[in-house]
Design a protein around this ligand. Sequence first.
Ligand SMILES: Cc1ncc(COP(=O)(O)O)c(C=O)c1O
Length: 383
Amino acid sequence: MLASQRDLFDIPRHVCYLNSASYSPLPLKTQEAGRAAVGRKGQPWTLDAGFANRQNERARSAAARLINADPGDVALIPAISYGVATAAKVLTIPRGSRVIVLENDHSSPVLEWHERAEAQGFTVETVKQPADGDWTSAVLATIERTGAPPVSLASISSVHWSDGGMLDIDRIQVALRRHDAMFLIDATQGAGVLALDVKRLDPDVVIFPTYKWLLGPYGRAFLYMAKRHQNGVPLEQISAARRNVRAENAVYFTDLAYLDDARRYDMGERDYFISMEMAAIGMEMLSDWGAAAVAERIAMLTDRIADGVRDLGVNVLERRLRSPHILSLGFAGGLPDGLIEKLALENIYVALRLGRMRVSPHVFNDEADADRFVATLAKIVRR
Ligand SMILES: Cc1ncc(COP(=O)(O)O)c(C=O)c1O
């Protein structure tokens, strides 16, 4: 099994950080790269003309490798909401059709469709949070609902951000394909930990940021767009998306045609080479470890915690329904007042999400963290 990677981070032993689903710490290497990059921006004359582009392509390739895409199928974007807005501009949602979203999914893969539904004449159908925690069956039932308008798109997370439920994207893709419907996957809570092979699955859109499981900075995210959708109009109009609009040219607007691949969807002012390099480093680390090894290590910790809290009257999703890396603890009668804060006072960091406690370890956590969390939680709730 992959060993604890704690030494690669700046995490004092008394800190028990179990909140990577919110934001992970930066590896030491990433922090050093960030400091060096800030220094470079302080002395811009040291930068050669190709520097920013090399950083951009390094990050693009690292993102592509994580999901087995070609680098040209990946655009550089700042946020999931930006990627969904781009997809919504590019994909055709027929009038009278349904777009499927998940109840209480993060706002980013959801709100764009609500905003467009009336004007574009489609409906948004929300899959109810299933009482048994089985999101996959609930989505499949919604796709197959008899008498309903045709499904055109599912815009959903591969792991539910609040309850940690895992969606079987293979089975959902098969069902969507049967209905000629498209698939937008918000892989924010999955990329790097759960293997995702776009060449095999062939989804339409996949989007993920770096600041959570990919151990990177804020403001860097990636948009995979299937080749069949690489002919759309980008959200923003920038020179880098065009074949030949360059400041170095004698004629600035030499060729206005869009690039042939997903690079046409790159964000404006993309040469932000400080955090782009930082983003690349975390993604490269995750790819080098491999999703299977990362998931195995974190599952060992979430299983240990799930076992440990069994006698505390909390409920957790069944093992087969939950993701290996996010454990959501529900308390009968709701979360006891101030519980998250009381844990933080003991240097144990977890998150309150929609009335439940979300516990999300990463590769830097170990058995000592898991046991300390369980023991401290037991002490507080039994008081
Ligand atoms: C499933 C999911 N999608 C998206 C986001 C963030 O979206 P954005 O990058 O648009 O802020 C989060 C953050 O918690 C998330 O959990």
